[in-house]
Design a protein around this ligand. Structure first.
Ligand SMILES: NC(=O)c1ccc[n+]([C@@H]2O[C@H](COP(=O)([O-])OP(=O)(O)OC[C@H]3O[C@@H](n4cnc5c(N)ncnc54)[C@H](OP(=O)(O)O)[C@@H]3O)[C@@H](O)[C@H]2O)c1
Length: 797
């Protein structure tokens, strides 16, 4: 980004002054005859929520004309605004498209690119686009009607153009520069045209780091026309403005033209929104919605699904659900709650999940949720500031569709994120159909066992599951009053301050209120020590480390450095709206004084980010650092920064690191033991009683015995004496040592819950064997030569 002093075709940002751009605003008070209260106006204005204009300043705004009644007025900042006019004027003036020709558009899903591509389709051209993610690729080819496209982060532009346009291209619409331009020059046909609209790949680089273009001689040899322009140039925007407005608004109205908007909500997130453009996180035109309360809310990427129904009193569940509502309200996650059962009892869980999955998949890709979090209604959100994006896999691990947690009983399906994907529909359908298709199987935990079996029985399903630490999104209760840890339960299962939620799996209904009450009280009091910001929880580092360790060879076919967390980040950026803090309406106005809303002439509620930031005004990196709090990736800041940290760290992650413990990557040598489930569906997992003889004393004793064997074995030989007492101690230690060793094998590999009879058989077998050996050794020591002497004789024989 350049310094404001560096010359360019537009004035740079100045530190301490508000940024400016095209904005749409509502007049809230006026004593000017041209503008009435309630009018919607558009104009080039500073980024601020309220502004008072008078005299000449009023010439910068005009009434927004919307003769066709286009519902989404954000189009007047995008397709019908400056980016649309940029695309329109330059394509016709410089590109001169002819039916049957081939055009290549870079940054094809961006505000300008998506208009160029659609205009070219209207003119009968073959359109090829380049984008920075698979999601964008799907968008341009499926929704915008591009004939073909590629993700330049996974395929080199030159390879892609050779593949997609072997005959060459007639027009290159340049938004990016660098490698794209080099590839396009290689592919240009004779007399082709290159419309140089933007060169975003080089905007933030010092001159010496710019891409070294080596094939510009083609401009001559292929007799190319290559022309840069600015939309405000005479003979560009002004020449085409009316035609552009008429044609494009008609196409938008009749639905033959699509224009996606990627809205950044809240003026406090504006800088994050600007930075997002340079990382490609935006999805089309990126307006900033100052107030964040427009009816056109930004597209959510994660939804939550819950259910509560039945005849029993649901008051406690409703209170628990209200903590989820608070979480959803703060961070903008749509919440689906089933209150009328669809199927029988537990199976409603998969029924509603399936219905929401299908509902989402039926939408165009750019309007869908990407993940759903299932949450049982006996879960209480303890930290409504915790973004759900935190726990999702990086975008390039796109083969992971389900995240599960395990407790000592196996999987627990009380809370889990599942990707909106056909795979998920298949899995949930298979689990739902499991009792019908496997009537002989005993599903002790009903839906949970059905899911568990479905995963076990089909690698198609199990290979797309990742098992995450339980505390991340499915933590269990700590002490009954929630204040301290429960010493009898493993700490890593217990909810800690800052954790997302606490789950009370299977707590019987009659004690549910008693168990949940203390936790609900903490949640409802919004206690500070529980409602930590993400960066204070340690989860940023933990999740980055986890995904880095658990990256499998097949997760990362192309190993690009920047794509790894983009969808997480883009989701975060789009959805994570910090808790809204209304502090009154006293704001700085243009006159430099302080005004209250009542005295202002207009209230600004939408503004156009991209032109300013992407092309016109580019502050230096240092300046940006000052402005954004994000200059240092490790700085504590918003989820945006979190994602940047992730991105930086992911960059360094070896692409083919294979997990050693990840269960979806493991290879079972023997068939797993049968699952035998005790209790009823979602019964609380019994916490084993702690006993010193099973814990530390046991281990200390065993270590002592193992350690004592070394001197006991060496001493008699070293000393040359054969002491019967020492010999007896050695024999006893040997018997104890082997007994403990075999006992550990039985405990580990033959769990009582799963194979109680086999285990009992082996336990008694071991006891009998130990007794036999002990008696034998006693005989050997008392009536024969003893161990040491026997060894000595064997050695010297
Ligand atoms: N000449 C003019 O009058 C005029 C007017 C308006 C805009 N412009 C220029 O036109 C271009 C497009 O503007 P826009 O409003 O449509 O921007 P935009 O799409 O809203 O945002 C920029 C897009 O460029 C892509 N990008 C960012 N960094 C990149 C990189 N290093 N390499 C490749 N692609 C990168 C990203 O998409 P991916 O995820 O697909 O990479 C990003 O979403 C910009 O260069 C802008 O400066 C010029």
């Amino acid at each position: 980004m350049r310094d404001s002093e560096t010359k360019s075709y537009v004035v740079g940002f100045e530190i301490g002054k508000p940024l400016t751009n095209t904005q749409i605003a509502k007049v809230i008070k006026s004593n000017n005859s041209q503008f009435n209260e309630g009018d919607t106006v558009i104009g080039f204005l500073p980024f601020q929520e309220y502004i008072a204009l008078s005299g000449d300043e009023l010439s910068g705004i005009r009434l927004l004309q919307n003769p066709l009644g286009i519902e989404d007025i954000r189009h007047f900042l995008g397709a019908l605004g400056m980016p649309g006019l940029t695309a329109y004027s330059s394509l016709y003036e410089i590109g001169k498209p002819q039916k049957g020709e081939t055009i290549f558009v870079s940054a094809a899903s961006g505000a300008v690119g998506q208009i160029v591509g659609q205009l070219a389709k209207h003119e009968g051209l073959t359109v090829i686009g380049s984008v920075g993610s698979d999601e964008k690729l799907e968008f341009i080819t499926k929704d915008l009607g591009y004939d073909a496209g590629f993700n330049y982060k996974t395929e080199k532009p030159s390879d892609a153009l050779n593949r997609l346009a072997p005959e060459g291209i007639d027009i290159y619409y340049e938004n990016v520069g660098g490698e794209h331009l080099q590839a396009a020059l290689d592919s240009m046909k004779d007399h082709g045209r290159i419309v140089v609209c933007g060169l975003i790949a080089g905007y933030n680089l010092p001159r010496e780091e710019h891409f070294p273009l080596r094939n510009y001689s083609y401009i001559l040899t292929k007799r190319l026309t290559m022309r840069g322009f600015v939309v405000g140039d005479k003979g560009m925007g002004d020449k085409y403005r009316q035609e552009h407005q008429e044609r494009v608004s008609q196409w938008i109205k009749d639905g033959t033209f699509k224009a996606s908007t990627w809205e950044c909500e809240g003026i406090e997130n504006g800088i994050d929104g600007i930075l997002a453009l340079f990382h490609g996180y935006n999805f089309g035109k990126a307006p900033l919605n100052y107030l964040g309360n427009s009816t056109d809310l930004p597209r959510a990427k994660i939804g939550k699904v819950m259910m509560v129904y039945g005849n029993k009193s649901n008051a406690i569940y409703e209170r628990a659900i209200s903590t989820h509502e608070e979480h959803s309200r703060r961070l903008g996650y749509p919440l689906f709650v089933l209150r009328i059962p669809i199927l029988q009892s537990y199976w409603n869980k998969y029924a509603i999940l399936l219905s929401v999955l299908l509902q989402e998949l039926a939408k165009p890709v750019d309007q869908r949720l990407e993940w759903l979090y299932w949450c049982d209604s006996d879960t209480v959100v303890m930290n409504p500031n915790m973004p759900l994006e935190t726990f999702l896999p990086p975008s390039d691990m796109s083969n992971i569709h389900l995240l599960l947690t395990n407790d000592w009983n196996g999987i627990n399906n009380g809370v889990f994120p599942i990707r909106v994907h056909p795979w998920s529909v298949e899995l949930v359908s298979a689990a739902l159909a499991y009792p019908a298709t496997n009537p002989e199987k005993d599903l002790f935990w009903n839906d949970q066992s059905a899911l568990s079996n479905t995963l076990k029985e089909a690698s198609y399903f199990s290979q797309s599951v990742m098992y995450c630490p339980l505390r991340w999104f499915n933590a269990y209760m700590r002490s009954p009053n929630g204040e301290g840890l429960n010493p009898d339960s493993p700490e890593h299962y217990q909810v800690h301050p800052g954790d997302l939620l606490v789950h009370f799996p299977g707590t019987p209904h009659d004690v549910l209120e008693e168990r949940l009450e203390p936790y609900l009280a903490i949640a409802e009091a919004h206690r500070q020590e529980w409602e930590l910001s993400l960066e204070d929880t340690g989860y940023m580092e933990e999740t980055v480390g986890f995904w880095k360790r658990n990256r499998r060879a097949d997760d990362h076919p192309y190993s690009t450095s920047t794509s790894s967390v983009q969808s997480t980040l883009s989701a975060t950026l789009q959805h994570v709206k910090p808790p809204r803090r209304f502090t009154g309406l006293t704001l700085r106005c243009l006159s430099g004084g302080v005004c209250r809303a009542d005295y202002c002439y207009s209230i600004i509620f939408l503004c156009d980010i991209p032109a300013t930031m992407a092309s016109f005004i580019r502050p230096s990196g240092a300046m940006l650092g000052q402005m954004t709090r994000l200059s240092a990736p490790q700085s504590k800041t918003t989820p945006f920064a979190m994602a940047l940290v992730r991105q930086t760290q992911m960059k360094n992650a070896p692409s083919s690191q294979i997990t050693s413990f990840h269960s979806s990557a493991k290879r079972d040598i023997l068939n797993p033991l049968p699952q035998v489930i005790q209790g009823t569906m979602n019964d609380p997992a019994p916490i084993p009683h702690s006993s010193p003889s099973h814990g530390s004393y046991h281990w200390t004793f065993e270590r002592l015995i193992a350690a004592s064997l070394v001197p006991l074995t060496i001493a008699p030989f070293a000393a040359g004496t054969l002491n019967p007492v020492m010999d007896s101690i050695l024999a006893t230690s040997l018997v104890l040592h082997s007994h403990i060793g075999f006992q550990a094998l039985i405990v580990d590999y033959l769990p009582e819950k799963r194979v109680p009879k086999t285990r009992a058989f082996f336990v008694w077998g071991l006891r009998a064997a130990t007794l036999t050996v002990a008696v034998g050794l006693y005989e050997f020591e008392t009536n024969d030569v003893g161990i040491t002497e026997a060894l000595k004789r064997i050695w010297t024989a």
